[in-house]
Design a protein around this ligand. Structure first.
Ligand SMILES: Cc1cc2nc3c(=O)[nH]c(=O)nc-3n(C[C@H](O)[C@H](O)[C@H](O)COP(=O)(O)OP(=O)(O)OC[C@H]3O[C@@H](n4cnc5c(N)ncnc54)[C@H](O)[C@@H]3O)c2cc1C
Length: 369
């Protein structure tokens, strides 16, 4: 009897990782008519993308002008249409709320830093309003802790990231993307070009391969450049109704109000490898931040704690584009802003894969930099 190995299944594109980045790229490519396979070791949205607070804050997260701010602003501007598209494709409301964001200062030095941030952002034409403690408390009466000044970003918003990945998975599947549960061990290279991936269930052939494996990207191929896990711990409170509306940042962290009364508080940034355990020190720190920002949270019921791994590149910027191996692309290293950067990453990477010129200049984010 002759035993034949089964034929290797082949796709136009293999995407490694089914987080928000991999699912969104799959959606864009499937809608463009490509045969796409997403290979996910666990389930779509199993990792960072579901752990995220879902803050969409190009302005509050920015420390200066430059390509990163431009990328974040463009992605933030895509969100209203992106959320609507997902709702229409899947019926899932991804919780996009135009909540605005208040960053608060509790001492004179922090107030000065807010003033200088407001000045350069306003000079660039962005909305950023310095508020006195009275003005800030008029907007958010829950701000009963120490307060010297606040900076209001009316155009920084939020989304419910778990619902986002769920919707992306559903939309990409209905657009024709295939999702396979398997662990990718490496990239197949033939004639110096990416030709697919090797998984624990066998090889999968592909004309292009996109590494979107988040904090695990470096383990798959050195070509996807250096990415390390940054552990973030999170605490969720469940109140009966919302007691504030804006995302509030300050005291080294943030609190994010959901419309149903939940409040997500974060976070930590720890380089401890892939250790998933929340720690007493991490939780204590987050409870302290939450109480400093909104003192009423001191008595609020804690409903959940969790951790997640941000994919952190060496310089904190994402790795977007072709690697040293032709046909092998990276879409990773989004660190603290991967949810914000999901729509722009999806359109830019899918453009590259299908041979169109992306609307944004990806040179500053090249994995070969
Ligand atoms: C605590 C915390 C709070 C955050 N808050 C925000 C926020 O408010 N706003 C914001 O914009 N961003 C936030 N982020 C960052 C954001 O979550 C990430 O940047 C983003 O989710 C990265 O998406 P991803 O798809 O690249 O990674 P992931 O969601 O981690 O997905 C990668 C996927 O690849 C799979 N995978 C890995 N290796 C393999 C393999 N070998 N084979 C097959 N599959 C594999 C994994 O199982 C995983 O599902 C936060 C992150 C954390 C941890």
């Amino acid at each position: 009897m002759v035993l034949r190995s089964p034929p290797v299944e082949s796709f136009d594109v293999a995407i490694v990782g089914g987080g928000s980045i991999g699912c969104a790229i799959a959606l864009r490519l499937a809608k463009a008519g490509a045969q796409v396979c997403v290979i996910e070791k666990c389930f779509p949205g199993a990792e960072a993308s579901s752990a995220a607070a879902g803050i969409l804050a190009p302005q509050a997260e920015s420390h200066g002008q430059g390509p990163f701010l431009d990328l974040c602003l463009r992605s933030g501007a895509l969100y209203p249409a992106f959320a609507l598209e997902l709702q229409q494709d899947t019926g899932i409301d991804v919780g996009y709320v135009q909540s605005g964001l208040l960053e608060i200062a509790t001492d004179a030095a922090a107030a000065e830093a807010l003033a200088s941030r407001a000045a350069w952002q306003r000079a660039r034409g962005l909305a950023a309003e310095i508020q006195t403690p009275d003005q800030a408390r008029k907007r958010e009466p829950a701000l009963q802790g120490p307060l010297v000044a606040a900076l209001h970003f009316p155009n920084d918003h939020q989304i419910e990231s778990r619902l986002l990945v769920r919707a992306l998975y559903a939309a990409a599947s209905s657009a024709g993307a295939r999702f396979t549960t398997a662990f990718v061990r490496g990239v197949l290279v033939e004639k110096s070009r990416a030709a697919g991936v090797v998984t624990n269930a066998g090889p999968i052939g592909a004309g292009s391969v996109v590494i979107a494996a988040g904090a695990w990207s470096e383990g798959i191929t050195a070509a996807s450049a250096h990415v390390e896990p940054s552990r973030g711990q999170m605490v969720e409170f469940s109140l009966k109704q919302p007691i504030f509306r804006s995302v509030i940042m300050g005291a080294g962290g943030y609190v994010v109000p959901r419309t149903d009364g939940r409040v997500i508080a974060g976070s930590t940034d720890e380089r401890v490898g892939f250790d998933r355990s929340p720690t007493p020190a991490g939780i204590e720190r987050i409870l302290g931040i939450a109480a400093a920002l909104v003192p009423a949270l001191r008595d609020a019921p804690v409903s959940s704690v969790w951790t997640g791994f941000r994919p952190a590149s060496r310089d904190g910027l994402p790795l977007l584009g072709e690697t040293d191996v032709p046909g092998l692309l990276a879409a990773t290293g989004h660190y603290r802003n991967g949810i914000l950067l999901t729509p722009i990453t999806a359109s830019a990477i899918s453009d590259l894969v299908i041979g169109r010129s992306p609307e944004v200049d990806l040179a500053p984010f090249s994995p070969r930099r």
